[in-house]
Design a protein around this ligand. Structure first.
Ligand code: AMP
Length: 416
């Protein structure tokens, strides 16, 4: 028990870190290119923020939140996603003050009490962006392109972009009613969850994994028939802009996203070889969220992507760059006096940020030389009795085996 991490969590080991850094750094680069700035919000928030910001009738709020009462008797929740927190921070810090579109990105861990399986964890990591303050469909498209180009540029090749519109408070109620009426006819055939979704959130029935294959699903009413002019035009514009950017997409009328605050555009990017957990990134417009959290009505749109899933996809295609070992020097010493010289040299090198190491286990010189070769270091810096007495260091190039003796004081400059 003590040596097992909680179910649904994972250690990220040193040998895996290069993949993580690669994905995070590439994301930071593309965000800089698109003009998004990093924000870091607390890992936990008041529970109410997520209840309001995500919606009571969602799986996340109903079943998946890590909620606890803290010692001050407040209800606290580990963030299950970052959008509500980013919007809270936007309001609290008045990021809207200069009236411009605010473009934020984040990277961090999220927590959901979900059933763990490949690509689904209880603590997982997401990065994402949020753009607040603009209703122009060009922003929807910018964000879709950021997500799409990011994944494409990593080299993933079986990506699919799916888009849809979920309407707005003006036209969605009509659609909800249509769905309630339609699925009401098939009440007996709906799964337990969908039976309760019928009243609370009938749109969610459309993306139910359990009911997905059932025949009545194919004939379900489509939102297109209910869209108001504004939503119809908005969606048409997003499609035109994507086409202009030469990006292929598929309109999927069953893509509704789980969260209540979404309006208009919804999208998902799938990596088809991953099967059940194929969604790498998903997002959409949430024009109702800022107001829901207590701000003035403000349009917003964003997406989130799962880092673990992206890494699984990259691994499948062998696209994770191997870690570069960049050790410059391995110091080899013989005897106590030499160790002091070696330790001073080690410190001098590290002060200049030159990666260097030495043996602390008191091994023989022969064993240290073996270690030096295995370490991937470019040079072995050897200090034996002779070197101690004439204040020198024998520098051995471990690739060519060439050797030279140089004075102790010159060694560091050799590496700069
Ligand atoms: P969502 O916030 O549910 O829209 O999810 C956005 C992305 O986060 C998904 O496409 C996944 O890549 C990732 N994701 C969501 N939930 C999990 C989870 N439990 N474990 C791992 N990744 C997840």
């Amino acid at each position: 028990m003590l040596t097992n991490a909680p179910r649904g969590t994972k250690d990220i080991l040193p040998e895996q870190i290069s993949g993580w850094l690669y994905v995070e750094n590439e994301f930071r680069k593309i965000c800089a290119a698109y003009g998004y700035e990093e924000i870091r919000t607390p890992t936990f928030e008041h529970t109410e923020l997520f209840q309001r910001g995500i919606g009571e009738a969602t799986d996340v709020v109903e079943k998946e939140m890590y909620t606890f009462t803290d010692r001050g008797n407040r209800s606290i929740t580990l963030r299950p996603e970052n959008t509500a927190s980013a919007v809270r921070a936007y309001l609290q810090n008045k990021l809207y003050a200069d009236g411009n579109l605010v473009k934020l990105f984040y990277i961090g861990s999220m927590f959901r009490y979900d059933r763990p399986q490949a690509g689904r964890l209880r603590e997982f990591h997401q990065f994402g962006v949020e753009a607040l303050g603009e209703k122009n469909p060009a922003v929807d498209t910018e964000i879709i392109l950021l997500a799409w180009n990011f994944l494409k540029n990593l080299g993933l090749d079986e990506l699919k972009l799916k888009i849809n519109t979920v309407g707005c408070p003006a036209c969605r109620p009509v659609y909800r009613q249509k769905l309630q009426h339609y699925f009401g006819e098939y009440l007996d055939e709906l799964c337990g969850d969908c039976k309760s979704r019928l009243n609370k959130n009938p749109l969610r029935i459309l993306d139910c994994k359990v009911d997905a294959g059932k025949e009545f699903m194919d004939e379900a009413p489509q939102i297109e028939t209910c869209l108001c002019d504004e939503c119809r035009e908005h969606f048409a514009r997003v499609k035109d802009l994507l086409t202009a950017a030469n990006v292929e997409f598929e309109v999927d009328s069953r893509l509704v996203r789980g969260l209540d605050y979404y309006t208009k555009t919804a999208f998902e990017i799938q990596y088809t070889p991953l099967g059940a957990q194929s969604a790498l990134a998903g997002g959409g417009r949430y024009d109702g969220l800022v107001e829901e959290i207590g701000g003035n009505p403000t349009p917003g749109i964003g997406f989130a992507a799962g880092i673990e899933r992206i890494l699984i996809a990259l691994e499948k295609q062998n696209l994770i760059p191997t870690a570069q070992k960049n050790l410059a020097a391995f110091i080899v010493t013989a005897g106590s006096e030499a160790e002091i010289h070696g330790f001073k040299l080690l410190n001098d090198l590290r002060q200049k940020n030159i990666p260097a190491t030495m043996d602390f286990a008191g091994r023989s010189m022969k064993a240290q030389m073996k270690q030096a070769s295995k370490s991937g270091a470019k040079f072995a810096l050897i200090i034996g009795e002779d070197e101690v007495s004439d204040k020198s260091v024998t520098v051995k190039n471990l690739e060519t085996s060439a050797q030279e003796k140089i004075s102790f004081d010159e060694v560091v400059t050799k590496f700069i």
